[in-house]
Design a binder for this molecule. Structure first.
Ligand SMILES: NC(=O)c1ccc[n+]([C@@H]2O[C@H](COP(=O)([O-])OP(=O)(O)OC[C@H]3O[C@@H](n4cnc5c(N)ncnc54)[C@H](O)[C@@H]3O)[C@@H](O)[C@H]2O)c1
Length: 309
């Protein structure tokens, strides 16, 4: 596989801008954002990097250099797209929009270009459906905020070639990401399956009146949540012994939530328009100050965890 140097991000929204910044970590990389209409991507990228500057992770000069380096184009036929080595799609989560974009890109780009989709939940195999060269389509699921969270789930479709999987894993590692190899294209890939298994149980505990919403979050934050960045569940199972895991699961699994539809409490909140931050009330009540404190707290925590600053 040739050296990958020309990167195109399709869709200059929240994820697209963050991902463009990530590709700027690769020396000499040409980074382009294609958006279907003009957009102030510079302001979005500056906003992302504001806290990194405040914490001394980046300088203002480095921010300026990234903003200058990422070029926005609105014409899909632009020569910067024609010479792309890797395109990553971050357009809205609409199957047809994604499928048509890849079909159009195939007609414009070189015959060894890699096509990545940053879909949150859709099947990359289905997204590749209108492509002739399905072996060059791969899922790359970044996590929000894309410029901070290291994980990228690299998802093999039923057609992705091993060469494309490896080249994608390698280039993401070069951009200081933590790519993981997902061997099968399944809903939720790997990390969201685990995340939502936990959310299902957390919501069920509230729904059953076992504990209040704040208490459920505290139970995570002050116990296993603290060790999770160091000790994953599989290593933890080995640590306590797989026999103990067997004994605990034999007793407790039958009591855990196994609903295949959203919990009644979530259905009720949807009907009542209680959307959380968006409406000012969800499980908890939120005003502007509390919302800002929650967002700032998360970013500060992530910067401390990732950069030690
Ligand atoms: N937001 C997240 O937390 C998150 C995390 C991982 C993956 N994703 C996925 O990333 C993708 C982009 O999400 P986002 O949050 O950056 O969205 P966004 O709305 O911030 O950005 C979408 C961009 O696509 C452009 N666009 C709109 N309609 C278009 C069209 N018809 N054709 C081409 N471009 C169009 C918009 O101008 C915008 O710049 C989605 O597939 C989303 O599911 C989102």
């Amino acid at each position: 596989m040739k050296d990958l140097k020309h990167f195109v991000v399709c869709g200059g929204g929240m994820m697209g801008c963050a991902i463009a910044q990530v590709f700027c970590r690769i020396e000499d990389a040409e980074v382009t954002i294609w958006n279907h209409r003009q957009k102030d991507i510079g302001s979005m990228m500056r906003q992302n990097m504001k806290e990194l500057v405040a914490h001394g992770v980046m300088t203002e000069a480095e921010v300026d250099a990234i903003v200058e380096r990422v070029v926005l184009v609105t014409d899909l036929n632009d020569e910067r797209i024609q010479r792309a080595d890797l395109v990553i799609e971050c357009v809205p989560e609409v199957m047809e929009t994604k499928q048509n974009l890849f079909r159009d890109l195939e007609a414009i780009t070189s015959d060894d270009c890699i096509y990545c989709t940053n879909t949150s939940v859709m099947s990359p195999t289905e997204i590749a459906e209108k492509c002739e060269h399905k072996e060059r389509v791969v899922g790359t699921h970044f996590w929000n905020p894309g410029h901070l969270i290291p994980l990228v789930e690299v998802v093999k479709t039923k057609d992705t070639s091993e060469e494309v999987m490896q080249a994608t894993m390698d280039i993401l590692a070069k951009a200081d990401k933590k790519p993981i190899y997902c061997k099968k294209d399944v809903p939720g890939f790997v990390a969201n399956r685990m995340q939502h298994a936990l959310w299902r149980e957390a919501i069920d505990i509230v729904n059953q009146g076992i504990a209040d919403p704040e208490t459920v979050d505290d139970a995570v934050k002050y116990s296993f949540g603290l060790r999770l960045p160091q000790l994953g569940p599989i290593e933890n199972s080995d640590m306590v012994s797989t026999t103990l895991t067997y004994n605990i699961h034999s007793y407790v699994l039958k009591y855990l939530a196994d609903n295949h539809e959203p919990s009644p409490i979530i259905v009720k909140m949807k009907e009542e328009g209680k959307e959380g931050f968006k409406s000012g009330e969800g499980f908890m009540k939120w005003d502007d100050e509390k919302i800002q404190a929650s967002k700032d707290g998360l970013n500060e925590y992530l910067i401390k965890m990732i950069y030690g600053k």
